[in-house]
Design a protein around this ligand. Sequence first.
Ligand code: LMR
Length: 394
Amino acid sequence: MFEDLQPAPADKILALIGLFRADPRPGKVDLGVGVYKDRDGKTPVMRAVREAEKRLLQSQDTKTYLGLAGDTGFNTAMAGLVFGPAAELTRIRAAQAPGGSGALRLVAELLKRTRSDATIWLSDPTWPNHMPVMRAAGLQIRVYPYFDTASGAVRFADMISALATAKSGDVVLLHGCCHNPTGANLDTAQWAEIADLVVERGLLPFVDIAYQGFGEGLDADAVGLRLLAAKVPEMVVASSCSKNFAVYRDRVGAAMILAKDSTQADVAMSQMLSAARAMYSMPPDHGAAAVRIVLEDATLRADWEAELEEMRLRMLRLRVQLAEALRRHSNSDRFDFVASHRGMFSRLGLSEAQVERLRAEHGVYMVGDSRINVAGLPEDGMDALAKAIVSVLD
Ligand code: LMR
């Protein structure tokens, strides 16, 4: 049965987890997988989530099925968190999904059911799992230019020119904030231009918001998404709680639909839930229930927001420290963009061979395209790291 199979290539990001763990060198630095880490390299359970879990343990008296959409309180709270207080909730539906990837796949399945020949446009570069997820749902894929490696900036004019050639009914996947892997983001005026373009050309925006709260703040990070929601007749969203609630392994995300009206929203939701039934039936409950408890309780929510803000500010400080250290050691402003990028990642613009040398010679782990996880930067070893990076430049 399996004799004709070839081994699947390892996922380039997830493979780093095993490689890093197996490295015995004491000074090794993990800038790989997108997981928040504190000063000690730990990824703690957030205070409010731990408290919510305690309450859940005490109050939960059954584990019977909830239904295909999971926890409805969670879904309502997530729609509010993402779309904001001004959202037209009658046109919005949300379904709990197994993490951000599960939400992406669920939306992709809905798109395939809506239009069997749907084409989705992805940014170049994008998160490496976007393509496999969209392909698995049977969508056609095209890419639009996004990032200028030399300057570390968004190639906005090129992005707009490419999207201007998209056909009516095509789908445009946009990173809501904290672009993964580049860290280069659209500003509000650019979001407004994109909103005009998608309306004019009849495109469907699909916003992946996996890092809300890691860039400029919880509301500021949703500005582009909300601006679109105010202008477009329809859009879809995949959101994740993996990072901003640090519930990575619990698999918590939400797939959302903004439809023309409430009736169309119900129909689209029913199709999305029928797709869920065929893939995994119902999402896992625990993490989403904990997130719902946090979001519905004013005190826990305030504490979660405060801890999230501490994490965000720490990443910003680390960005500045790395940019300054690289400026000192390279005698150039080549890496200054690291300080102006936002979110968990920046792409340094190194070759695969240079990334490999950093791993082999210095125990510094990053994704092959030179994406670094800013949260993994060593507060007390920034100069050594910058020196190592500069040493592989030529
Ligand atoms: C990442 O980009 O590192 C994270 O989103 C983890 C993953 O699943 O790839």
